[in-house]
Design a protein around this ligand. Structure first.
Ligand SMILES: O=C(O)CCC(=O)C(=O)O
Length: 276
């Protein structure tokens, strides 16, 4: 009975959100053509990889800006419990590298197409983080999760340092951005209708039963590798075993003008205020 209630509640929340979000804007055909493969991967698998999006020099400059702000103890820097993850939410407000990333023309067009929404309807900011090995670290993002359960959630994540298997790369279960995966995990893995975090045991069960449907990707690549993902799909930053991983992420939310709620209330206080 609980399972049926969970399925009905999830269906109600998913479909209500879809109805509210039927705002469309004309896609830019040139961008659509240039990024066609990436857009198709994003839409079908939930994840797309674009190599060499930034130069080594631009990545070095962003790392330098971040390290200087941490060294200067900028107020508002967020840290996880183990001291592994340092984050600046609103990096675009304190670094020109952050601003350049957030304002990138191609990503602007891609997110507008993905959300089928005009850009001025989206609320957004850039977050830069540095993750380093500490015993017991859970990786960037604190373990396997969905950023949203009932609606799509776009993120653009770019590595700013070289990321190999041991450096805490982004992991993603392909196809879990599809709402069918929400229903499937409720029905076959005893997941709650709005559950957005998953224990190691729950992940073992999901992978054992549905690993063939949801291939697990661990993204490695040099500095400048761009990942576009629908993070309503199941993902995490892998726990880091070696070195430091620097990355910058665009957080993008539907604003009130297009039927969304903007930056979530729990996150808003973490974001540095905009500067003139
Ligand atoms: O940085 C990453 O690899 C993933 C981060 C993440 O999942 C999050 O912050 O929600």
């Amino acid at each position: 009975m609980a399972k049926i209630t969970n399925l009905l509640t999830a269906a109600y929340r998913i479909n209500g959100k879809r109805f509210l979000h039927r705002f469309r804007s004309a896609p830019n055909e040139e961008v659509k053509r240039k990024w066609q493969t990436a857009m198709t991967d994003l839409e079908t698998k939930g994840i797309a990889i674009i190599p060499n999006f930034w130069t080594t020099e631009a990545c070095t400059q962003a790392r330098h800006d971040f390290d200087r702000l941490v060294e200067d103890e900028l107020p508002g820097i967020w840290k996880d419990n183990t001291g592994s993850d340092h984050r600046i939410y609103g990096f675009d407000r304190v670094s020109s590298s952050g601003k350049t990333f957030l304002q990138d023309e191609s990503i602007r067009e891609i997110k507008s197409i993905y959300y089928q929404a005009p850009l001025d309807g989206l609320d957004e900011f850039a977050m830069m983080n540095r993750v380093e090995y500490r015993p017991g670290n859970l990786g960037s993002g604190g373990g396997w999760h969905r950023d949203a359960v009932h609606e799509q959630q776009f993120k653009a994540i770019m590595y700013l340092s070289d990321v190999g298997e041991k450096n805490g790369g982004f992991e993603y279960l392909e196809n879990t951005h599809r709402k069918s995966s929400v229903y499937k995990t409720i029905a076959e893995n005893d997941i709650g209708h709005s559950q957005d975090r998953f224990s190691p045991e729950e992940m073992d069960d999901i992978l054992a039963k549905h690993g063939h449907l949801y291939p697990r990707r661990h993204i490695t690549g040099p500095a400048g590798t761009l990942i576009l993902a629908d993070t309503s799909g199941i993902h995490r930053g892998s726990p880091i075993n070696e070195g430091r991983r620097y990355a910058i992420t665009q957080y993008v939310f539907r604003g009130p003008a297009i039927g969304g709620r903007g930056v979530p209330a729990a996150m808003a206080p973490l974001v540095l205020p905009a500067r003139d």
